[in-house]
Design a protein around this ligand. Structure first.
Ligand code: PMP
Length: 289
């Protein structure tokens, strides 16, 4: 494999960053996980916009290189990849070991890729089974502490949530996504996914505030609105989810993934989950293949 590091393609073993890099030292970096289908990154403009927004939140406007899309294309081409996971990371770069960032930024820019199955209408989901979801004690970091719409390298909140799953795991029960609430106890999102559920024909999803506004979430909501499905963003309790008719998670790699159970209580996908998954795949097919 070859990765793009600071404007150059390098072999995997030479793709390294400095120990003085603030991305390593503090998680002081922005990133995007994208998905390429047939060599085309789906919803690239939205990913780029979110990346720029995260960089602005971190006080480093203008660090996204102008040729970033070319670097992504070059990384895919160098690895002969058409259907791939693509990760773009921009850290504040190497600076002296002080917490206060310097205003001059020489960012470290990395593009990483790995193969994924074909997506679209005849595609194969990356997940084997529907998600087994377990609610955790770890609360989503409040927006007032760390802006929830910034996608930074600091994933400790989600990592702590996922670690809790280990303790809940036994031979017959293997949760694979952590359900996080906000500090008021309202549903927020999964450790790396957004949450939807269906109740009496209404598609419901936790409102923005304590969650990362996912690009898949945005696309799924647009599709649902175009189909004239009632969509509601609101504040919900774990019980609303456990008693829902259907539930699913979204993220760039999973796309639309049904929820098998929440805290051991069966929920499952259903007709709306299936339809939205199909329409999402159709959109991928139209835009990328
Ligand atoms: N929430 C969190 C915390 C995430 O890490 C992700 C994955 N980026 C998502 C939601 C889903 O976002 P997207 O649909 O943009 O992949």
């Amino acid at each position: 494999m070859q990765y793009h590091v600071d404007g150059e393609l390098v072999d995997r073993e030479n793709a390294t960053v400095s120990v003085d890099d603030r991305g390593f030292r503090y998680g002081d970096a922005a990133f995007e996980t994208c998905r390429a289908y047939g060599g085309e990154v789906f919803a690239w403009d939205r990913h780029l916009e979110r990346l720029e927004r995260t960089c602005a939140t971190l006080g480093m406007e203008g660090v996204v290189p102008e040729d970033i899309a070319d670097r992504v294309d070059e990384t895919l081409a160098a690895n002969d990849l058409e259907d791939a996971y693509v990760r773009v990371s921009i850290s504040r770069g190497v600076q002296p070991g002080k917490l206060t960032p310097q205003s001059e930024v020489d960012p470290t820019v990395v593009v990483y890729a790995k193969p994924l199955p074909r997506g679209g209408v005849d595609g194969k989901a990356v997940w084997e089974d529907p998600a087994v979801v377990q609610s955790v004690k770890t609360r989503r970091v409040p927006d007032a502490a760390l802006p929830a719409d910034a996608k930074t390298h600091n994933y400790l909140n989600g990592i702590l949530a996922r670690l809790e799953l280990r303790r809940a795991t036994n031979e017959g029960y293997r949760p694979d996504e952590a359900l996080m609430r906000d500090t008021d106890g309202n549903l927020a999102e999964g450790a790396t996914s957004n949450l939807f559920f269906v109740d009496d024909g209404v598609l419901k999803t936790p409102a923005e505030g304590s969650l990362l506004p996912g690009i898949t979430r945005e696309v799924v909501m647009e599709i649902a609105e175009a189909e004239e499905f009632p969509v509601e963003e609101g504040r919900y309790a774990v019980d609303d989810l456990r008693t829902a008719d259907e539930a699913f998670l979204t993220n760039t790699t999973w796309e639309v993934r049904p929820v098998e159970s929440v805290d051991g209580i069966a929920v499952g996908g259903g007709p709306m989950t299936e339809l939205l998954g199909r329409l999402y795949s159709r959109r991928v097919e139209e835009r990328c293949y």
